[in-house]
Design a protein around this ligand. Structure first.
Ligand code: AMP
Ligand code: MG
Length: 346
């Protein structure tokens, strides 16, 4: 399976989903005492996933989990830029000016990606692929890109160089060599579709965790919120525990995955405005009503400075974030005005 998201290197992921308590425990508190829990882990989308469902019976819970995994696989098939056969793979090979019709799912993610590119002043940019590849190649060669190569690559980057036509769901590049990378947003969208699949298949609630990004559907039995651990960025253990219902939680960080050149780490997240790897907050956790939003904005806040991000987030309804930076000895944090509502004492 070719990944939408690159394999996660050190640390594996900044998030850890704390799964539901034992069924016996839930039965005691719950008037839905028939609730059965089923959970399964798999390797998918280039990372590890765990899907948990509560349903009236075990068979339903298991079917719901299978349905959720089917949706994750669908999104990977459609949107991975690693696969030449995916819709994005095909788009990335099409000559400028040519229209390609894509699935409603891919079209929707592209539309949302363009909106977030606009809203973030280009900090998020789905056309970042040539830059991501340039820096990846530089890592392999252990040599910084030549300024000319960087300038040339920048010619092929910019979300305004892609035209989306909602009439026929087609996509066209206006400049030759523009390439799309949905690695900062597709995983979040996959969470949304997987959670919807859980519900459709009869689950009362559930948790979808893909590489540490999570969608918490409903509550655990007994009307208890899902508890999501935020891993400490500088040492083992948790930094905070969040309690959420019907919310997505996504974490990005410039140190999460990186290329090493001359012994220095360069983030896998690029700043499309400069063409250089992002150098901002080592960990940003975003809580939002849906996975696509949480995923994409976590990437945005990894590109922007903490101050820029803080200024921007207060005008974004229902999006909350926490930034963590500094060092193990001197941890620094900032959070949006509504983030505290999700933080629990334990
Ligand atoms: P995330 O882990 O969600 O922050 O996504 C990181 C991935 O998003 C990278 O591996 C790239 O595939 C892609 N990416 C890197 N920089 C950007 C950017 N500035 N805007 C959008 N996507 C990006
Ligand atoms: Mg993201």
């Amino acid at each position: 399976m070719t990944p939408v998201i690159r394999r996660v290197y050190l640390p594996f992921a900044l998030m850890l989903a704390a799964a539901a308590g034992a069924c016996r425990d839930s039965a005691r508190h719950d008037d839905r005492s028939e609730s059965a829990r089923y959970a399964q882990s798999r390797e998918i989308m280039g990372t590890f996933a765990e899907v948990t469902a509560f349903a009236p019976d075990r068979d339903t819970a298991q079917r719901a989990v299978e349905a959720a995994y089917d949706r994750l696989a669908d999104v990977n098939r459609q949107m991975s830029d690693y696969s030449d056969d995916s819709e994005i793979g095909r788009l990335n090979r099409q000559p400028a000016g040519e229209k390609t019709v894509v699935s409603p799912e891919t079209f929707l993610v592209l539309q949302r990606a363009m909106e977030i590119a606009e809203a973030s002043g280009g900090a998020f940019d789905p056309t970042c692929r040539p830059l991501v590849q340039l820096w990846k190649h530089a890592g392999k060669e252990n040599r910084l890109p030549e300024p000319e190569a960087l300038a040339d690559t920048m010619q092929h980057v910019g979300w305004r160089k892609v035209t989306l036509d909602p009439q026929d769901r087609s996509v066209a590049m206006t400049v030759q060599g523009v390439q799309i990378d949905l690695g900062g947003i597709a995983k979040g969208y996959a969470l949304d579709l997987a959670a919807e699949a859980l519900k459709q298949a009869g689950a009362q609630s559930g948790l979808v965790n893909v590489g540490g990004d999570v969608f918490a559907l409903g509550s655990q039995p007994g009307d208890r919120p899902w508890r999501i651990g935020m891993k400490h960025p500088f040492q083992p253990g948790l930094f905070r525990t969040l309690a959420v219902r019907d919310r997505a939680v996504a974490t990005s960080g410039v140190q999460q995955r990186f290329n090493v050149i001359d012994g220095k780490r360069y983030s896998h997240i690029v700043d499309p405005r400069t063409g250089r790897p992002a150098e901002q907050a080592p960990a940003v956790t975003v809580v939002a009503p849906d996975g696509l939003t949480a995923d994409a904005w976590a990437t945005v806040f990894s590109v922007l400075t903490v101050e820029e991000g803080q200024a921007m987030i207060e005008s974004l309804p229902e999006i909350e974030a926490m930034w963590i930076w500094g060092s193990a000895d001197a941890v620094q944090t900032a959070e949006s005005s509504g983030f505290a509502q999700y933080v629990t004492a334990e």
